[in-house]
Write a protein of this length. Structure first.
Length: 342
């Protein structure tokens, strides 16, 4: 992996449910990655490129916990070692392909893009909030024709709710009266909105009476390269947050290339009761918000730059966009640090 992509970070590679026995290919930060679940249930991740004539191994055949190339039949183990050559008992020198450290956590598959010996599982972003007792979260994946940082711009500045999400989350003006704060702890950013004494927000419908006045908050946490956890909360006016109705959402963008990204999303429910009808409604709402509202404006903004440098176009600052701005600056700082130590 080369610039403009970070190496010493964990990228979300897939939802755990996506990876089974079948050979599964996904491009991550410019690299073709082959994943499959070994017989013991552990996920293997290899560069999806045979070392002979570079055919995608994902087009080949799985043989036990090995993969046979579809082109000339070289066979590779789950650690990337070439273990069989159909034309000779001698294995070709330099045939080993790269294997990538992967970890399953909180229903997601995380891939370490740096040197394997430097992989530190303690730095995997924490999404344990999704694993609540009210059943597994609803989740999905949206392909996006835009650089992944344009997704970060969108999510770290939730003021766009008032204009983009008029058909789904509709802020109804509460953002304008809210208080916004951006804070940083190490290399973790927080972009938080606090909106006191507002009408009960949509995620409380069926739990709070619609006439109830609430204190409402939207707290977004960001970790590089673009792993974001959103806490959507409301509590009866003046009461403690601990007594409130809270929904957690994952918004995780993994670059596919410089111009495309994988947008993984998930949401918990407002209620501990799993209701198939409510789930269908919630999934439809998320689809409308992400596919029908966020995706078109993010992709249009990216395309409108027509390959020009983001900072070179001198974007105007509105103050409320500090979260996205600081995330971009942090990425640049981390890239410079990696370049110096390479």
């Amino acid at each position: 992996m080369t610039a403009p992509f970070l190496r010493n970070v964990w990228y979300m590679a897939a939802w755990s449910s996506e990876i089974g026995e079948a050979l599964f290919r996904r491009r991550i930060a410019g690299e073709p990655i082959l994943m499959f679940r070994r017989a013991d249930g552990i996920i293997a991740a290899l560069t999806d490129r045979c070392s002979h004539r570079f055919a995608p191994l994902s087009m080949g055949m799985r043989v036990g916990d090995t993969v046979r190339c579809p082109y000339h039949g070289l066979t590779f183990a789950a650690d990337g070692a070439c273990v069989a050559n159909p034309f000779s008992d001698v294995l070709p020198k330099g045939a080993t392909i790269r294997s990538w450290p992967v970890v399953e956590r909180d229903g997601a598959v995380w891939l370490w893009a740096g040197a394997p010996e430097e992989a530190d599982t303690a730095t995997i972003p924490d999404f344990a909030a999704l694993m609540r007792p009210c059943g597994p979260p609803l989740s999905g994946l949206m392909p996006m024709n835009a650089g992944y940082q344009f997704g970060t711009d969108n999510l770290m500045d939730l003021s766009h709710i008032e204009f983009v999400h008029t058909g789904s989350f509709a802020g109804a003006g509460v953002i304008f009266g809210g208080e916004h704060r951006v804070r940083q702890s190490g290399e973790t950013l927080h972009s938080d909105w606090w909106m006191p004494d507002v009408a009960a927000p949509a995620h409380t419908f069926g739990i709070y009476p619609p006439e109830l006045r609430c204190d409402h908050w939207l707290d977004m946490r960001w970790n590089a390269p673009a792993s974001m956890l959103l806490e959507v909360g409301a509590t009866p006016k003046g009461q403690s947050r601990d007594e409130g109705c809270i929904v957690w959402q994952a918004h995780i963008l993994t670059p596919e290339s410089e111009t495309t990204a994988h947008y993984f999303w998930a949401t918990t429910r407002s209620s501990d009761q799993v209701d198939p009808g409510a789930d269908a409604f919630l999934r439809g709402l998320m689809g409308q918000a992400f596919e029908g509202e966020d995706k078109p404006i993010i992709e249009a903004a990216f395309a409108n730059l027509d390959g020009r440098d983001f900072w070179g176009e001198k974007p105007v600052s509105l103050g409320i966009d500090q979260g996205g701005t600081r995330a971009r600056r942090l990425i640049e700082t981390m890239l410079r640090r990696e370049t110096k130590t390479a």
